[in-house]
Design a protein around this ligand. Structure first.
Ligand SMILES: Nc1ncnc2c1ncn2[C@@H]1O[C@H](COP(=O)(O)OP(=O)(O)O)[C@@H](O)[C@H]1O
Ligand SMILES: [Mg+2]
Length: 363
């Protein structure tokens, strides 16, 4: 027996005049999961979310929440709640009244309201703060209260539109982890939209990568990272080096690409590509090995000069300029201590094997 998904969209389209903001989007979200829609600004994320919430209707297509079509059902009658970037907490009400607001409108008894507010505050890790005023809370606490105010209504879906966008970096990093934990604690399905790939990757069970109104690929963070299906996904999810070139030889497992930088590289490819096809090749910064003196042989090598060392602990990177062309490569710098003495200007050898890069037919 298959379980009804919390949300199913079939062939959703939405245009504004001549402009198609959402283009034939279909997906389904299993109950209790964290699902993100990731894409650059203007790709149609908010337009899609507004249709889920009922603020606008699709031109065509069907939206099913827990198996039931929501066509024509107004926002306040849908089993969904939405959290916006500007949290819209009521500043003149205390925390308890803010969280109880929806219950009160539903005519839940005062005693029951109190009990459920206390319970939800417990679950978000802020027990007993009912009487505090909103301006006594930190940014992160406000976020949690705004989410608690929605979750207390036990929606089928919680829709979040870039809720961390207005926070500073440190708090955003912390809230990523907290949101994921909250979702797991409550088991409510989250539909989270963001243009920040790191947010989507860290929190989600599944991520849909959106571009120009379409879903390019839907998958787990790992699948998107290791098996991107389009050049857009390869370039947008995680850091990647991009090299343009042409197929000069094909073989069973790998192809050979002659790059614009004048190299010949062995690479895997996303599909069967014929000789002379123009391609874009992607290579992850952490897939590149740095060789100072060893003679370990790689299928692909490039000699380069260190332009810059971007030291950032575990996220440190080198910018390495090909000695034979203007190509610059980003190379992850493993923090084993082994590379502490690398210096700007030093010539190093980069090496990687064919299976570590992927080529797509150039779009
Ligand atoms: N009500 C509207 N009228 C006309 N154009 C709109 C409207 N809403 C959104 N758009 C356009 O649709 C595109 C997608 O917008 P949006 O869904 O807000 O993108 P995102 O949330 O991914 O940044 C944008 O080009 C935007 O200008
Ligand atoms: Mg938006």
């Amino acid at each position: 027996m298959s379980v009804t998904p919390d949300l199913e969209c079939r062939g959703i389209n939405k245009s504004f005049g001549q402009f198609q903001a959402v283009n034939d989007v279909s997906f389904s979200i299993p109950a209790g999961s964290f699902f993100s829609i990731l894409g650059p600004s203007g790709c149609g994320k908010t337009s899609l979310l507004r249709m889920l919430a009922g603020f606008s209707e699709p031109d065509s297509g069907e939206i099913l929440i827990k198996g039931k079509s929501v066509k024509g059902i107004p926002p306040n009658k849908r089993p969904v709640n939405m959290v916006f970037q500007h949290l819209a907490l009521f500043p003149m009400m205390n925390v308890g009244d803010n969280i109880a607001y929806g219950l009160k409108r539903r005519k839940v008894s005062a005693q029951e309201q109190q009990r459920r507010v206390a319970d939800v505050l417990e679950r978000i890790g802020l027990p007993g703060i009912e009487k505090k005023s909103i301006d006594q809370l930190s940014g992160g606490q406000k976020q949690r209260v705004a989410i608690a105010r929605c979750l207390i209504l036990e929606p089928a879906l919680l829709l979040l539109d870039e809720p961390l966008g207005a926070l500073d970096l440190k708090l955003r990093e912390q809230m990523k982890i907290e949101l994921k934990t909250l979702q797991q604690t409550f088991g409510t399905t989250f539909v989270y939209i963001t243009h920040d790939q790191s947010e989507a990757m860290v929190m989600s069970d599944q991520v849909a990568v959106m571009n120009h109104g379409r879903f390019e690929q839907v998958g787990s963070p790992q699948t998107l990272y290791y098996q991107p299906e389009t050049p857009f996904v390869a370039g947008f999810v995680g850091n990647n080096n991009r090299l343009s070139g042409q197929v000069i030889k094909t073989a069973k497992d790998f192809i050979q690409v002659s790059t614009e930088s004048g190299h010949i590289f062995h690479t895997s490819s996303s599909s069967i590509l014929e000789t002379n096809t123009a391609v874009e090749m992607f290579l992850r910064p952490e897939a590149i090995h740095i060789d100072r003196d060893s003679d370990k042989s790689w299928q692909n090598t490039m000699k380069g000069r260190i332009d810059n060392i971007l030291f950032d602990g575990g996220n440190s990177q080198l910018l390495v300029r090909d000695t034979a062309s203007p190509t610059q490569m980003t190379v992850a710098l493993p923090q084993t201590g082994k590379y502490q003495k690398l210096r700007q200007g030093e010539i190093i050898k980069l090496g990687w094997n064919a299976e570590q890069s992927i080529a797509f037919k150039a779009g």
